[in-house]
Design a protein around this ligand. Structure first.
Ligand code: NAD
Ligand code: MG
Length: 392
């Protein structure tokens, strides 16, 4: 029995992880959960799973959750804040941690899980973008397995079973191209949050859905792949594949290319990570006889400047990768609240990157410091009546 701690249990990946636990009660049991601010869902999850420990974002929510649990005679311990997520990530009884908090908010807990020697299923790409070197080094030192849940990296992990690391020529990340793949560029300025939140092939949390629309998500995934698979950016290619049927590919030095094909359902990469190194039967089958067409296009960097910015950040320095992510997090929140236009997102990131100094932080507090500076700068750029702001 694998005992699972889930960071971000109330989110899209967190709920899919619990659905896998539901399907395999003899193999996977969630024993610790960390939620953000969704009290109702956190309470329902405690009612269903009776975890040992639950964390929620604030002290006030923690008090409310304690009261609810007491009235339902559930003895789950309630903690809160970053210290709470770290407690969940390091609970001695848990042997597998799913890292699925969105953004840098999940960094400290993910790092703590690795330091505590847990096997980690990694959905939170932002923490690898911001501190991949530190996390990978800690994992290597302790012999900890990091299993990617992000579907592309999960596909690469599977394809890498086909050869040795020094036999890889390059890897190909597939991208759906998002909802605006064919939208005329002249209409980009007027894209609304409601339009950006409609992803053609995946149902996900809000930030990653907007990031998919700007293709910054693919940019973060390029950096994530460089860190996880120890490759330079020049060996990580992107191809737009609207059907999202092939989840990614590895090209070997002899010319062979291995691809991973499956349903577009995140439960499959989650199951792969939870079951690793085994493969276990599932009903998440893909009907090959229904496969009609596979299309591929070169990404258009003019239409999607975020992709270019990510390659530039990856080539510049670790501080630039942190700034890319931090500035985007702020810009996406501003876009969703109507303060910034869709095109304002890449423009804000570009402004922040242009004044970011090269640096390689040597500790998590240094990473968080750089993240904070990039966020503050992004807020300033948006506040200072940026020419691309929506004006009401
Ligand atoms: P989501 O917005 O649906 O869920 C995020 C979770 O994090 C929620 O449980 C939320 O309560 C929690 N959270 C947010 N801030 C927190 C904080 N300060 N402290 C504690 N918890 C906090 O997002 P998601 O789509 O599930 O994505 C989660 C992560 O997985 C992201 O990093 C995303 O890039 C990655 N990912 C998601 C998908 C997907 O299909 N959804 C695919 C690949 C990668
Ligand atoms: Mg992905």
């Amino acid at each position: 029995m694998k005992k699972i701690a889930i960071l971000g249990s109330t989110g899209s990946i967190g709920q899919s992880t619990l659905s896998i636990c539901e399907s395999y009660p003899d193999r996977f049991r969630p024993i610790a959960l960390a939620a953000g601010s969704n009290l109702e869902v956190a309470f329902e999850q405690c009612r269903r799973w009776h975890p040992q420990l639950v964390s929620i974002s604030t002290e006030r929510l923690a008090d409310q959750l304690r009261t609810l649990l007491k009235s339902a005679a559930i003895s789950t311990e309630v903690v809160h804040g970053t210290a709470g997520t770290v407690r969940v990530a390091t609970l001695p009884e848990a042997n597998f941690v799913v890292s699925a908090i969105v953004g840098v908010a999940g960094l400290e807990a993910t790092y703590a899980a690795v330091l505590a020697g847990k096997t980690v299923g990694l959905a939170n790409k932002e923490c690898i973008v911001a501190a991949g070197d530190l996390i990978l080094a800690a994992a290597r030192e302790r012999g900890v397995a990091l299993l990617p849940i992000d579907s592309e990296h999960n596909a690469i992990h599977q394809c890498l079973r086909g050869g040795a690391p020094n036999e890889v020529r390059q890897i190909w990340l597939t991208a759906s191209g998002g909802p605006f793949r064919n939208t005329p560029l002249s209409e980009f300025e007027h894209i609304t949050p409601a339009q950006a939140l409609k992803h053609p092939t995946w149902v996900m949390g809000q930030r990653i859905t907007v990031d998919s629309a700007t293709m910054l998500n693919k940019g973060l995934e390029i950096i994530e792949a460089c860190r996880l698979f120890n490759l330079p950016p020049s060996q990580v290619k992107v191809t737009v594949h609207p059907q999202s049927t092939i989840h990614s590919l590895v090209e070997y030095v002899d010319g062979s290319i291995l691809a991973q094909i499956s349903v577009t359902d995140m439960r499959l990469p989650i199951l792969y990570a939870l079951a690793w190194p085994e493969r276990i039967p599932s009903d998440l089958t893909f009907d090959m006889t229904a496969l009609k067409q596979l299309d591929f296009q070169t990404p258009d960097l003019e239409r999607f400047p975020c992709l270019r910015l990510a390659y530039e950040a990856a080539a510049a320095s670790q501080a630039h990768c942190i700034a890319l992510n931090g500035a985007d997090e702020v810009a996406v929140a501003a876009f969703l609240s109507g303060r910034l236009s869709f095109l304002g997102i890449p423009r804000t990131i570009e402004s922040v990157l242009s004044v970011t100094a090269s640096a390689s932080p040597a500790s998590i507090p240094e990473v968080l410091q750089l993240d904070q500076s990039a966020r503050a700068l992004a807020e300033q750029v948006i506040e200072q009546h940026h020419p691309y702001l929506i004006t009401h």
